[in-house]
Design a protein around this ligand. Sequence first.
Ligand code: SF4
Length: 466
Amino acid sequence: MTLLRHTPAEETARREALTVNPAKTCQPIGAMYAALGIHRCLPHSHGSQGCCAYHRSTLSRHYKEPAMAGTSSFTEGSSVFGGQSNLLAAIENIFTLYDPDVIAVHTTCLSETIGDDIPQIAEAAADKGLIPEGKRVIHCNTPSYVGAHTTGFSNMTKAMVDYFAEAKADEKAAGRVNLIPGWVEPADIAELKRLVALMGLDCITFPDTSGVLDAPLTGAHEMYPGGGTTVDELTAAGDSAHTIALGPICSGAAAKALQAKCNVPQTTLPLPIGLHATDRFVMKLREFNGGHVPAEIAAERGRLLDLITDMHQYFYGKTAALWGDPDQLVSLSELLMSVDMLPKYVVTGTPGKKFIKRMGEVLGDRAHDCRVEQGSCADMFMMHQWIKADPAKVDLLIGNTYGKYIARDEDIPFVRHGFPILDRIGHQHMPTVGYRGAIRLLEQILNAFLDRQDRDAPEASFELTM
Ligand code: SF4
């Protein structure tokens, strides 16, 4: 029996105002994830309990970790008269009971519709003495009827610059870069920091969820795990020599804000997923360390090249359907193209400029063989229709857990990647960025193909060695 049995094989009329199984999720989830990347920060959802419960549970199910957050717990009264009194009470209670260094407030659809002014409420809290000495309340707006979880992530990351970064020193700190890693896994952030350290550079990474959402089990509950970017580091980001922002959708706005506020030059690069994107990242770092690439990084690159060469026969000519976040999709597509696979169908529900253009650059002269769509109607339903209508279907699906229904119905191998992954583990611990991450990703893709070949092979061609 098929689970998505109502998806017609023929493409229905182009939709303008209906999304079916969106390829995105809601803005505050991104703001909450980014805020957890500040050391000793408690994210706070200014809205109803239901929103906050959904956002926390989605993060907890993906990271298999508790995602701490407060809520203004709107009732009918707050919905009519505004949520100021709820937020004032929340700020007082949170600092009294949970003692964070920072409360990072994000809004929801409801508080945005009411029009609550968070900076004004935070000012009122300060006037009433509800914010202890040295503690901070920051905010960003995350109306979820526009944008996506990536927009919320971008807004909260930019808020870190707006509230904390300062240009204090007469000269920028030579040899120190800011790294804005974008929405990647905690293990990816740890891997990026490892590469920067190997290049001999000091680095301020923000937001940094490594050591927060991949914290070890110690037997003791820690409200604030050891990881995350400290307020002092966020302040000092204004004196770094350069900012490298990874992924224009998630990190570009913060890097530009830091340049405008503190005169820190910035470079926005694609997420370093795959050989070429990692090359660009390493080459950019090389500009700040005297032009040196250590042997360890060169060896990792060589191992990736070795894998691609050895296994090219299994990648060559295969097609894939991808869904998820624009920054991920562009780099994933480039990775596939580099091993002679074709990202035949690509959808993202995240709005934003230049995605289609960026995809066109990556696909090059194969663009006319692919379908790429963006926006609220570029959903899983649309992609399923494309796959169903295609006699050749595709050889592989790559995306978050929501693709498992299409994978089952169409009997197509499936590699889970992106957010959220609700039914597997490993993604928060195994990086997919850098050369080592590309090896991990290609291994997952290759194993999906080889498992399928083993499953379908007639006895006469069931091979021990592949
Ligand atoms: S879409 Fe709006 S109402 Fe729904 S969970 Fe997200 S913030 Fe809350």
